[in-house]
Design a protein around this ligand. Structure first.
Ligand SMILES: Cc1cc2nc3c(=O)[nH]c(=O)nc-3n(C[C@H](O)[C@H](O)[C@H](O)COP(=O)(O)OP(=O)(O)OC[C@H]3O[C@@H](n4cnc5c(N)ncnc54)[C@H](O)[C@@H]3O)c2cc1C
Length: 474
């Protein structure tokens, strides 16, 4: 093996952090440039898409990939997973029927069983037979009589109880489906990433450092920041929705889209401590677009409503051109990313999000604004806005463009990067970076919790949102 390469990574979101863990974990000198003061501060995430059941429009193949990647993600970053299930409800005024979802769920259950057969450590979503559970009206009525949810539910019926007690049953079709798609806590992932990278040797973590220039030098690249220039042998572009800015510096013009979206923070005082996530299906972009109720600890709830008045925005989806790889969002949306939101707009959109979900859960009308919105712009490679699975492209020598759509795709991204480093002759075997890192072992739960709380506080979120509803289960 000749000289070992030095890896430069632009961007400290989930993709850049995972690239850094992969490179440094393989013993390569790694420098990570992040323009913000902390890691994983880009667009939010709250849902581990372990089967893609939120997306009726995507192919079975994408669902299977999301399932496998989500299992790998949960094994890679177990401390970020909130192990509570998701309930899927199809409203009566929606064009779909719950039965239409069942064959896909059965197919996913089979795939999950196969993954668990291959490696029992893949059983992070519980027993394959319990991957999903159906609730007809009778079973739901029985669940409603179950115990109050002060203690961690031990069965699908226990998880269903709070919803069964509050749902307006007239408005949904039966059966309801409870599926083992879990939550993700971004504050905990940010905290874990900081602790991990801080502890690894060979990582030069440059926070608050914006990459201004990139140009080829020899086989590698010269990366210019406000302070200096750094030579790297391999460049990983993980700049999120700004990936096109780096492409432009190198004269590359791949097609991509960028979408600005937002979720909202509500606080709801109700007697139940443990809630499942609840999805009310609906046609995206219409006033009846999907509603998503994502519970956190302490009564906080993250809300999405796939309408233009709530999560989506007029002109919020933009595309690159033949001469410009960086799709341009309207100034008013770009300004939100840079400067934040007005209090009026937060109140208005959060109020609409609460009302959107309260159509089905009337008591939820009592909820109040609980904190800032969770928002950002995300990249979608190519020209299909429904794409949910994307990882990495290598269309120039020693250059990787990491464009994920869902966070779980970083596991395949990391595997592909590792293979490239092997091909360069910088590391020996292919190894598998989706298995637990030795460093995780050294983690103390209190350390992550303390750091996650600090990050939530610094970003202006309620400290309770840095905690998982279901702690210490993975
Ligand atoms: C409202 C909303 C909800 C979502 N919910 C989910 C969900 O539930 N589950 C899920 O899996 N996904 C979800 N997503 C998608 C998810 O947020 C993204 O896939 C993911 O965060 C992208 O990570 P990334 O590392 O590619 O990019 P980012 O997180 O955007 O990271 C890129 C980083 O690069 C930095 N950067 C850019 N340019 C430079 C430069 N020149 N120099 C230095 N640094 C630079 C940025 O500051 C940023 O930190 C959601 C997205 C949105 C908008």
């Amino acid at each position: 093996m000749g000289k070992r390469g030095k890896i430069g990574i632009v961007g400290g979101g989930v993709a850049g952090v995972t690239a850094a863990l992969t490179a440094a974990g393989a013993g390569l000198e790694t420098v990570l440039f992040e323009r913000n003061a902390s890691l994983i501060g880009g667009p939010p995430f709250c849902h581990l898409h372990a089967g893609g059941n939120l997306y009726r429009e995507i192919s079975d193949a994408q669902c299977v990939t999301l399932l496998r990647q989500s299992i790998e993600f949960a094994r890679l970053y177990p401390f970020a997973v909130d192990k509570r299930p998701t309930v899927i409800a199809v409203p009566v005024d929606d064009g779909g029927r719950p039965e239409d979802l069942l064959s896909r769920l059965a197919m996913l259950r089979q795939h999950y069983a196969r993954l668990v057969d291959e490696d029992s450590a893949n059983a992070v979503l519980g027993a394959p037979d319990d991957y999903f559970t159906l609730f007809d009206e009778h079973r739901l009525a029985k669940a409603a009589k179950g115990a109050g949810n002060d203690r961690l539910p031990e069965s699908p019926d226990g998880w269903m109880a709070p919803l069964a007690r509050r749902l307006n049953k007239e408005l949904v079709r039966f059966p309801l489906i409870l599926v083992q798609e879990y939550g993700l806590n971004l504050f905990r992932l940010s905290a874990g990433a900081k602790l991990l990278l801080g502890r690894m040797s060979g990582v030069d973590l440059r926070l608050g450092t914006r990459v201004r220039r990139v140009r080829r030098q020899g086989k590698g690249f010269l990366v210019g920041t406000d302070r200096d220039e750094v030579y790297v042998d391999y460049l990983v572009n993980a700049a999120g929705f700004r990936t096109g800015e780096i492409d432009n510096m190198l004269g590359l013009t791949p097609r991509r889209m960028v979408e600005f979206k937002a979720a909202y923070t509500a606080w709801w005082k109700n007697r139940e401590r443990y809630w499942p996530e609840v999805i009310f299906h609906g046609r995206r972009g219409t006033p009846k677009g999907m509603g998503q109720f994502t519970p956190y600890a302490g009564g906080y709830v993250q809300l999405h409503g796939m309408t233009r008045e709530i999560t989506l925005f007029d002109d919020g989806l933009v595309a690159s051109t033949a001469h410009d790889a960086f799709p341009k969002l309207p100034d008013r949306l770009r300004e939100r990313i840079i400067k934040g939101w007005s209090a009026d707009e937060v109140a208005r959109r959060t109020g609409r999000a609460i009302a959107h979900v309260a159509r089905f859960l009337p008591d939820f009308n009592e909820a109040k604004v609980g904190g800032p919105p969770l928002f950002g712009a995300q990249q979608i490679p190519g020209d299909d806005p429904t794409l949910r699975v994307a990882e990495v492209a290598f269309d120039a020598p020693r250059y990787a463009r990491c464009e994920i759509v869902k966070v779980s795709s970083v596991t395949d991204m990391a595997r592909a990067l590792r293979e490239r480093f092997v091909q360069e002759g910088w590391i020996h075997e292919k190894g598998d970076n989706t298995k637990n890192h030795d460093l995780f072992e050294a983690f103390k739960e209190e350390e992550i919790s303390r750091e996650a709380e600090k990050i939530a506080g610094e970003r202006g979120f309620p400290l309770a949102m840095s905690r998982r509803m279901v702690a210490d289960t993975i």
